[in-house]
Unconditional design. Structure first.
Length: 306
């Protein structure tokens, strides 16, 4: 059911909005303007927020820009027709008021999604931990609306990112919303060390989940992982494939050395790479810090070719 709702939000809702806008005749100019703003804000938010490779292709998101043009163009033609009056009934006035309130809410969400692409805190420079493809950032940023790792109280995964690999047509898997691990392009990809450092801890015995099933204990929530320290920062990479980790505790590793294979162990509903960096603050609490690759920070819906 969750997957069906997820697919509807990405694919069904935009078409529903366009159909409603084109078929429903506006009664007033203010009604036309407010509905145009609301529908445009919804579509642009989906463009920024949506995780498009998970429902078919990364490039589907650009169709939303086309839908926005269709809606704005249609609104312009109707507005210029001059056949629109003023809202007369109380119901129409209340409906317009609700539309205005929803528009303000959506515009704020769009603003937060855009603001989340920028980081105020200093970032650590690392090398990208994957090679040989086009990689998609499904969750990252400085605002919780585009980064589900961000909480009101910062934690070690405050600026963590989730990464998927794209296939030839921009999808994260061979089939839309596939539950088969091997259908995901990133599954069993080699993860490379992002810096010179020392391995602090590893785990490699947790079984990989089958699809979105997460029948694991809290103790194994992070699944198989590698934790290392470099340049004063603590790098944590969980959800490795079972028995795939190549390094051991207390060993020294060089940047670019293989660490293990991408899996789906622990609290993970699909194969992906979770990647985070953290430091201890002045209160001796470990908090996440932003990460940059080749001088650039990444956020949701960014692509990285490596």
């Amino acid at each position: 059911m969750e997957k069906i709702v997820f697919a509807f939000i990405h694919l069904g809702l935009p078409l529903l909005l366009l159909t409603d806008f084109l078929l429903r005749k506006p009664k007033s100019r203010i009604g036309l303007i407010t509905r145009t703003i609301l529908y445009t804000a919804i579509l642009f938010f989906l463009y920024l927020w949506g995780q498009w490779p998970l429902v078919g292709s990364y490039y589907f998101r650009y169709l939303l820009l086309l839908l926005i043009l269709c809606i704005v163009g249609s609104a312009f033609v109707r507005f210029k027709s001059g056949n629109l009056g003023k809202p007369k009934s109380i119901f129409k006035k209340i409906s317009i008021g609700v539309t205005i309130a929803l528009s303000i809410l959506l515009i704020m969400m769009v603003f937060n999604a855009l603001q989340g692409r920028f980081y105020a805190d200093q970032a650590i420079e690392l090398t990208f931990p994957l090679k040989g493809g086009t990689y998609y950032v499904s969750s990252a940023g400085s605002h919780k609306i585009i980064n589900n790792h961000i909480k009101d109280i910062p934690t070690a995964q405050h600026y963590a990112m989730d990464i998927n690999k794209l296939g030839a047509y921009g999808g994260a898997s061979k089939k839309i919303l596939s539950a088969r691990n091997t259908d995901h392009h990133i599954f069993a990809d080699t993860v490379y060390c992002p810096c010179d450092g020392v391995i602090l801890d590893t785990k490699t015995t947790v079984k990989d989940n089958e699809g979105s099933s997460m029948n694991v204990s809290a103790e194994d929530g992070t699944g198989n992982y590698v934790e290392l320290k470099c340049d004063g920062a603590y790098i944590f990479i969980p959800h490795f494939k079972q028995y795939s980790i190549f390094v051991s505790k207390d060993s020294y590793v060089k940047q670019g050395s293989p660490l293990g294979l991408v899996g789906i162990s622990g609290f993970s509903q699909e194969p992906h790479l979770h990647f985070q960096a953290a430091v201890y603050n002045k209160d001796s609490v470990m908090v996440g810090i932003p990460i940059k690759f080749k001088g650039k920070t990444l956020s949701r819906n960014d692509l990285y070719n490596n």
